[in-house]
Design a protein around this ligand. Sequence first.
Ligand code: FAD
Length: 288
Amino acid sequence: MATPRVSFEFFPPKSLEGSFKLWETLGILAPLGPDFVSVTYGAGGTTRKLTHDAVTTIDANFGVPVAAHLTCVDATRDDTLEIAAQYAEAGITQIVALRGDPPKGSERFTPHPGGFTSSVELIEALAATGKFNIRVGAYPDMHPEAASMQACVDYLKRKLDAGATSALTQFFFEAEIFFRFRDACAAAGITAPILPGILPIENWPRARRFAAGCGAVIPTWLDDAYDTAIRDGREDLLSTAICTELCTDLIEGGVEHLHFYTLNRPELTRDVCAALGVTPDVALAEVA
Ligand code: FAD
């Protein structure tokens, strides 16, 4: 089996303890030689400065390309483009451009007066600067707001046509879901890379809540497996096995790059990467 390329997503720390955890996580995962790492932008635009600080600190200290997430939420167009301009000035040229989720308490996305009204508008404006490599989100289980799977695929095509170069998917639990989506994208004429998002499950009740929130379908067998594993105190073992199997199925189906949602915890991602042959030694040999 081919060794995959990898990338890792982090969230910006909100406390000193959180900062130490993130630097420790990067200390473990950066040596695996990711193509890039990315830092999220808090729901409702709540981590604007924290995201900027984490992105620039990673860029200065860890020797990995870093992408900053940016959303349309709660900011004017000028403010959003100013954030992007500050990234460009700092030498950060990769952006994950998203419409964004509404702040806690709001059900639906409401554009800020004077703000971007959709991810497509944000992508067009970023692309017009000519300064960024733009990635976007994609939804193999269908975005909860999409009218249909075809609408979801068509909208992804609009985002790529607007100037994005690749897509990172929401997490999903079965390889088949990704392959079906990839086929639908190909049928719609999408040729840009679609990188599957992988969630190593640290905590099943929490992962279940995330899944329910973002529309990821939870297969019954997974619930049953975790019921037993949690009862027997073997949740980590099950998580490593399930995630490794999902990644293996994806690679055998032609996937070359896996994007891990680390939740700022390195252990499961490191163990799964090791099982797939992604180790510090391999990364070093590629550089040599
Ligand atoms: P879009 O692709 O713009 O919209 C999602 C779906 O809604 C579309 O597929 C389409 O079917 C429908 N839709 C939306 N607008 C229109 C329209 N104008 N016309 C027709 N259909 C429309 N959220 C954060 O707040 N911060 C983050 O850092 C963050 N990082 C993420 C990273 C990844 C890889 C992913 C997959 C998601 C991330 N999210 C983040 C969550 C994301 O903001 C939400 O899923 C949000 O609801 C959709 O954003 P989007 O840009 O992907 O959506």
